[in-house]
Design a protein around this ligand. Structure first.
Ligand SMILES: *[C@@H]1O[C@H](CO)[C@@H](O)[C@H](O)[C@H]1NC(C)=O
Ligand SMILES: *[C@@H]1O[C@H](CO)[C@@H](O)[C@H](O)[C@H]1NC(C)=O
Ligand SMILES: *[C@@H]1O[C@H](CO)[C@@H](O)[C@H](O)[C@H]1NC(C)=O
Ligand SMILES: *[C@@H]1O[C@H](CO)[C@@H](O)[C@H](O)[C@H]1NC(C)=O
Ligand SMILES: *[C@@H]1O[C@H](CO)[C@@H](O)[C@H](O)[C@H]1NC(C)=O
Ligand SMILES: CC(=O)N[C@H]1CO[C@H](CO)[C@@H](O)[C@@H]1O
Length: 286
């Protein structure tokens, strides 16, 4: 699943300017088979919006050989998600849901940063996202640790859509602070993730060298908040589902150590951004 090494052939024509960037900024086409494997994670993210008591729901059927271990929710119902064991992926999957009302959530989004993790100098993250994560951090870490001990050959995959993507980023950093050897077996896959922290946070995250993938659908507005103007940045490894591509053509846009690729989704004009793009990843509705 090391996506970095992937150079596929795009299954649709690209606008020519993107082909030019491709040479200059390390942008590569993502193959159809890679997209198909990422869709499994998109389906896992989509399922988090149902309240589950077992792996039984319309969208659950898209991800077979899955056993629900825990459906969790913070007291205020803001931090919601689940833990499953999946024998197809040979993995424990920890999935965080986003907000049920994206527009309201965007309006309420405050920009206050907080110093975190304490051990990383100058690292700051979004205070609200951190509070949401801390509500569930200890029990999720304990649970994942126990499951990994029970399934020693399994990986840990941390998934999230929207706010859930922010929580997935924080969970990965926190879990690795608690046990650095987890880096070798942990993957992170996010969809429509907002920015979580400043350049120092991003640099730290990228230095963990996780198998990390950040999917952005077209001109989704959420990855553009909180604004760079307030010091927020994205982790690297963007998979961008291109706008103006009816075939959902996808390109891989590698970042630098402390920033995302300027020629990825970040280059969009503000007037092109829409909330409607937030609820799709290819043909999967999240
Ligand atoms: C991506 O795919 C398009 C269309 O098939 C092709 O023209 C372009 O050269 C490819 N870019 C890279 C970097 O492989
Ligand atoms: C959280 O959501 C569940 C399921 O919809 C509901 O039963 C419960 O009352 C909610 N709790 C709060 C505090 O809103
Ligand atoms: C850290 O994680 C590894 C991999 O799951 C595990 O083997 C090891 O026991 C863990 N160490 C601690 C102190 O929990
Ligand atoms: C997408 O297509 C529209 C209409 O043709 C055009 O105005 C817009 O600039 C295009 N956006 C990109 C990113 O190519
Ligand atoms: C492309 O994505 C849209 C949702 O944004 C979906 O309706 C459509 O089926 C997808 N097209 C293909 C060819 O996958
Ligand atoms: C085609 C295009 O817009 N390329 C841009 C990619 O990013 C670099 C760095 O910001 C710009 O200098 C290019 O103009």
């Amino acid at each position: 699943m090391r996506l970095r090494a992937y150079f596929g052939v795009c299954f649709a024509l690209l606008a020519w300017p993107l082909v030019v960037w491709a040479g200059n900024f390390g942008i590569a086409n993502v193959s159809r088979s890679e997209v198909d494997s990422l869709k499994v994670y998109a389906n896992l993210a989509a399922v988090s919006y149902d309240y589950l008591t077992a792996w039984e729901c319309a969208r659950c059927s898209h991800v077979s050989n899955t056993q629900l271990v825990n459906f969790f929710s913070s007291k205020n119902n803001v931090t919601v998600g689940y833990v499953v064991i999946n024998s197809n992926l040979n993995a424990i999957a920890l999935t965080f849901r986003g907000s049920k009302n994206t527009r309201q959530w965007l309006l309420d989004l405050k920009m206050l940063p907080k110093r975190w993790p304490k051990s990383i100098q100058h690292s700051r993250v979004h205070r609200g996202f951190l509070r949401g994560y801390e509500d569930v951090a200890d029990r999720l870490y304990t649970q994942c640790k126990c499951l990994l001990a029970r399934y020693p050959s399994y990986r840990l995959i941390i998934i999230g859509h929207s706010l859930g993507g922010a929580l997935a980023s924080l969970a990965a950093v926190d879990f690795l602070q608690r046990n650095s050897t987890l880096a070798d077996i942990t993957s992170v896959v996010t969809f429509g993730k907002p920015r979580v922290g400043n350049k120092h946070y991003v640099k730290h995250y990228n230095s963990l060298n996780l198998d990390s993938t950040r999917v952005v659908n077209k001109h989704d507005v959420v990855p553009h908040v909180p604004p760079r103007l307030f010091g927020f940045h994205h982790e690297g490894e963007e998979m961008w589902i291109l706008p103006n591509s009816t075939a959902n053509c996808t390109v891989y846009c590698p970042g630098k150590d402390d920033e995302d690729n300027p020629n990825g989704s970040r280059g969009a004009r503000t007037t092109d951004l829409k909330v409607s793009f937030h609820h799709w990843a290819w043909d999967v509705k999240i």
